[in-house]
Design a protein around this ligand. Structure first.
Ligand code: ADP
Ligand code: ZN
Length: 436
């Protein structure tokens, strides 16, 4: 049966109701972590804050931040707020930027995780008749399981394909009748190409929607994937430390990701002063978990940049919406003093009619930063005369300079020569680090 919401009452609750629910849950969470997690008690004592000082959500700014480093310092179970015998599942972040972070879930936490993913699935048009094809990796990575549990909660059929074996993905899409595809946007691209290469008309597949996330992707990329797979594409956001995918999700109006505010408090802070910024202003996104039992993070600094709006959405959901992630403070490239996010280059490439298969190579030559943008072209362009290729490169170079104010070398490369991804894409090779 078609549903507009998974849990209408809470998803459309008034701001007053949400505020008081958040206040009540924040107070209880702070009290609990102060008692159960030595790190939080120590930090709060250092900051001179007692649980009694937290009387409503307004007081959240009195609380100290939590960073990835804190979670590493307490590896593996130091931040758990329940005895280990209550933990029914463990996950871990990928550990690509250092020691991995281990997180745990109680039975109730697992249910909550499924619930927030169920909301995202319903917002993408899912019901119990759907076949949810999950091509996020299953394993310690949180990608696969959240949407798997969510699909099962609404009574849909979960297909735990996991990432990889792209040809097999196509066979399953065709033979099992997958209607909703869940994976990273870059893997959706890879799958779309494989569908094309198999000579299958995407429009004839039963697939109708995709829920893509776990990495930044642009609005242009969304349209590109929609066009290639003939589906509607939805964004889903989350992070291991806070819960996994489902912390926020897009509705059919595609105007930002609704934050599941009954479970998480979102703040946006000035990245330098760490003071809250007004709605609509870009800053670092910070989350506090207010219902999690095993691993509730307090004011966790995500390093993700975006902004928030609390204006009512046409879908009727009242949950605040966060913008697409504009980048991670970690991913920002500083090229000769200019701040550049890979997503900005992606926008230019797609606007200029290229496919989003690209790699950015940053280096330092004679003490000056250099940026080379490698992008694939179609076989027709590539087989064209060298002179024509150069003119395409020049045109792209001008477009990048006009939009971003930086001088980049552009190199058009042959089709299928840039790496394809099954999980999160890696779009930057920064050779400057080699010289440091
Ligand atoms: P890590 O990559 O740090 O090991 P996760 O797998 O938990 O940990 O990834 C979380 C990060 O992935 C987020 O902080 C964010 O940078 C990125 N991310 C997740 N979903 C999205 C999304 N929909 N859009 C942009 N970035 C996303
Ligand atoms: Zn909406």
């Amino acid at each position: 049966m078609k549903m507009k919401y998974w849990q209408e009452e809470i998803e459309t609750a008034s701001r007053e109701t949400l505020d008081s629910l958040q206040s009540e849950r924040l107070i209880a969470t702070v009290k609990r972590v102060y008692e159960k997690v030595p790190m939080y008690r120590q930090r709060m004592d250092e900051a001179g804050v007692k649980p009694e000082d937290i009387k409503s959500i307004k007081d959240i700014t009195k609380l100290p931040f939590t960073t990835k480093q804190d979670l590493r310092d307490t590896y593996p179970y130091g931040m758990f707020a329940v005895p280990m015998n209550e933990v029914v599942e463990l996950h871990a972040s990928s550990g690509t930027t250092g020691k991995q972070v281990v997180v745990g879930y109680t039975e109730k936490d697992v249910h909550t995780w499924g619930e927030i993913c169920a909301r995202a699935l319903v917002a993408a048009g899912a019901d119990e008749t759907d076949f949810v094809h999950v091509s996020y990796g299953y394993g310690l990575f949180t990608g696969g399981f959240g949407l798997h549990y969510g699909a099962q909660q609404i009574g849909a059929t979960a297909i735990p394909v996991s990432a990889g074996q792209t040809k097999r993905q196509v066979t399953i899409l065709e033979d099992f009748g997958s209607t909703i595809l869940c994976c990273t946007p870059s893997y959706a691209m890879t799958i779309a190409e494989a569908v094309e290469q198999a000579g299958i008309d995407a429009a004839k597949l039963p697939l109708k929607a995709g829920i893509f996330g776990a990495e930044p992707w642009t609005e242009e990329m969304r349209q590109y994937i929609e066009d290639k797979l003939k589906i509607k594409a939805y964004d889903i956001y989350g992070l291991t430390e806070v819960m996994g995918p489902g912390v926020s999700f897009t509705c059919e109006h595609q105007c930002g990701m609704h934050v599941n505010e009954d479970h998480f408090i979102i703040e946006v802070l000035d990245p330098e002063t760490f003071e809250p910024v007004p709605d609509g202003t870009i800053g670092e996104i910070v989350f506090t978990c207010i219902t999690k039992e095993a691993f509730p993070v307090i004011r966790y600094r995500t390093k993700d940049l975006g902004y928030v709006t609390r204006e009512k959405c046409e879908c009727g959901r009242t949950f605040a919406r966060m913008s697409k992630i504009l980048g991670r403070t970690d991913d920002m490239l500083i090229i000769r003093g200019v701040n550049v996010f890979p997503s900005q280059i992606e926008t230019v490439l797609l606007e200029q009619g290229y496919a989003p298969n690209y790699m950015l190579i940053v280096d330092r030559v004679n003490n000056a930063d250099t940026l080379e943008v490698q992008v694939e072209v179609t076989p027709e362009i590539f087989s064209d005369k060298a002179a024509a290729l150069t003119s395409y490169e020049k045109k792209l170079q001008v477009a990048i300079r006009e939009l971003l104010g930086i001088q980049a070398a552009v190199k058009l490369v042959a089709p299928n020569t840039i790496q394809r991804f099954e999980g999160k894409a890696k779009r930057v090779i920064d050779n400057r680090k080699l010289h440091d």
